[in-house]
Design a protein around this ligand. Structure first.
Ligand code: GSH
Length: 201
């Protein structure tokens, strides 16, 4: 498989962590939707990363759809997403919150990075950042010391919390150590696990 994207993209990193955790072989093609539009659009007409090219050439797009496929191939009963019921809903809820937090963070970053300075609307950046932080704080409130977020094991909730916290801290300068200390403690522990360490950009 070929993963198109760069690990500084939270969505790409999520897929890379899942591939590593499942022990699935893949090659990385370091492309971004902005710098490499012509190449990326071949796999994703939106020009967004990540895209995952399967061994038969089929291209999957959008991190959620890609990890759903990887969960299926790995086996629903042992995947990072529980197969059904209350456990599945709980993991879906936190993972959706965290992917939404990434979306808010990117809206803020794009406002800053893709507009001429005189057209940057600071209130929009602040609004998006506030909403992102609110979602991160909701996860911080349920994070227990030395535990995974849910079910006593690694799930998509932890991986998505990891990438969202990193985007807030590294990409937007949020002081997560102070504002979401329990979440930050979790992401420090996760960073030590092989799938996370190996994909650090
Ligand atoms: N919902 C998509 C979002 C992907 C996304 O927005 N990726 C960013 C990089 S972090 C991108 O390629 N942006 C280029 C663009 O929006 O044109 C996913 O989960 O994969």
């Amino acid at each position: 498989m070929i993963l198109i994207g760069v690990n500084r993209s939270p969505y790409t990193r999520r897929v890379a962590i899942v591939l590593e955790h499942y022990g699935m072989p893949y090659q990385m093609r370091d492309l971004t939707g902005f710098a490499n539009w012509e190449e990326v659009k071949v796999s994703n007409p939106l020009g967004r990363i990540p895209a995952l090219i399967l061994d038969d050439g089929e291209a999957l797009v959008d991190s959620a759809a890609i990890v759903d496929h990887l969960d299926e191939v790995y086996g629903r009963d042992r995947a990072l997403m529980p197969p059904s019921g209350a456990d599945r809903r709980a993991v879906q809820r936190l993972a959706s919150l965290m992917m939404g937090a990434c979306d808010k963070g990117l809206h803020a970053a794009y406002e800053r990075n893709h507009h001429p300075p005189e057209k940057v609307h600071l209130p929009w950046i602040n609004e998006c950042t506030m909403r992102m932080k609110n979602a991160l704080k909701a996860v911080d409130a349920v994070a227990e010391p030395d535990q995974f977020l849910l079910l006593g094991r690694l799930t998509h909730a932890d991986i998505t919390a990891f990438i969202a916290e990193r985007l807030a801290r590294v990409g937007l300068g949020v002081d997560t150590e102070t504002e979401m200390p329990r979440l930050r403690a979790l992401t420090k522990r996760l960073a030590e696990l092989p799938a996370f360490a190996k994909t650090e950009p």
